[in-house]
Write a protein that binds this ligand. Structure first.
Ligand code: NAP
Length: 285
């Protein structure tokens, strides 16, 4: 049963998850590469560690929520040796299938239990403890991470007993999320550039069979030019690349996700990388 949790990475997602863990009464130590993003969590009751090794040294559960596999491998490559038996590593960053394999092997070399635990949900669900955890790994680790997963999410889906199983579902889910965002951007741009008020597109689908809360949310942001990041464009480009790789590995045609990747990359290169992925609307012109 976890009582002490280390959260490595307090960006959009990690900060919200740390606050949810604190509200659940867990003993939380946070670390972030840029210390100024971790420091405010002290006001919520977190201990703020000066380095990642310090953060994990007394943790029952280590949660990583960093940008990509390179960041996680670099940070945990340094920190894992300081962790104590029987710490479990719950890896929640989106790192893809090859990335998950790489990190599970790293955990194995240090004799630590590893759970593949990517999450569904963005900034607000992370803050509210309303994520969906997509777990893959040995079920005997479940009791040790259950208090953590219950604090950060309202549901845990145990996809399978192998590292990578959580990511298999996560990549399928993100293929949907990225596609619907790009498709919304296309419809908004097309209406606008044909001289029609794009709000009429959202009004016309509103409440019908082709409507989606996500299309309304991202479409409104596109129309209003409000791109404060909930799911950042740089991360969406990274995830689109991971999904293209997974489609190839599965023997499926990757051309739809390649087009999404192309559009999101173009918007990022045009200067919107730090904005929400709704900024993909800029790529259509
Ligand atoms: P974010 O706000 O950009 O945070 C990224 C974090 O990674 C920051 O803590 C950053 O540290 C750290 N980082 C990046 N490169 C690093 C490196 N080389 N070494 C050490 N730390 C490094 O991103 P986020 O939205 O929280 O996403 C985090 C992960 O969750 C990503 O894998 C993303 O795909 C996944 N995810 C995101 C969402 C979402 O909607 N936002 C939803 C589900 C999953 P600094 O502060 O020092 O830059």
């Amino acid at each position: 049963m976890a009582s002490s949790v280390a959260v490595l990475g307090t960006g959009i997602m990690g900060a919200g998850m740390a606050r949810s863990l604190l509200r659940a009464g867990l003993d939380v130590t946070v670390w972030n590469r840029s210390a100024e993003k971790a420091r405010p969590l002290a006001e919520d009751g977190a201990k703020v560690a000066a380095d990642a090794a310090d953060a994990v040294s007394s943790a029952d559960v280590i949660v990583t929520m960093l940008f990509d596999v390179n960041a996680v491998a670099e940070v945990m490559g340094r920190a894992l040796a300081a962790s104590r038996e029987p710490a479990v590593w719950a890896q929640t960053s989106t790192v893809g299938l090859a990335g998950t394999q790489q990190l599970a092997e790293l955990a194995g070399r240090h004799g630590r239990g590893y759970l593949d635990a990517p999450v569904l949900g963005t900034r607000q669900p992370a803050e509210q403890g309303e994520l969906i955890v997509l777990a893959g790994g040995p079920r005997e680790l479940e009791p040790r991470v259950a208090p953590v997963f219950e604090a950060i999410g309202h549901q845990t889906i145990w996809v399978g007993d192998k590292a990578g199983d959580g990511h298999r579902l996560k990549l399928a889910l993100n293929s949907w999320v990225l596609s619907i965002t790009a498709a919304t951007g296309q419809a908004i741009a097309l209406a606008r550039d044909l001289g029609v008020d794009p709000q009429l597109f959202l009004d016309a689908i509103g409440g019908g069979a082709t409507d989606s809360p996500y299309a309304q949310l991202k479409g409104k942001a596109m129309i209003n030019g409000e791109f404060e990041p909930a799911f950042g464009l740089a991360g969406a480009v990274k995830d689109a690349g991971l999904i293209v790789d997974a489609l190839g590995a599965a023997g499926d045609d990757p051309s739809l996700m390649q087009a999404v990747h192309h559009l999101m990359s173009a918007a990022a290169e045009a200067g919107y990388a730090d904005d929400d992925m709704a900024a993909v609307v800029h790529a259509f012109r």
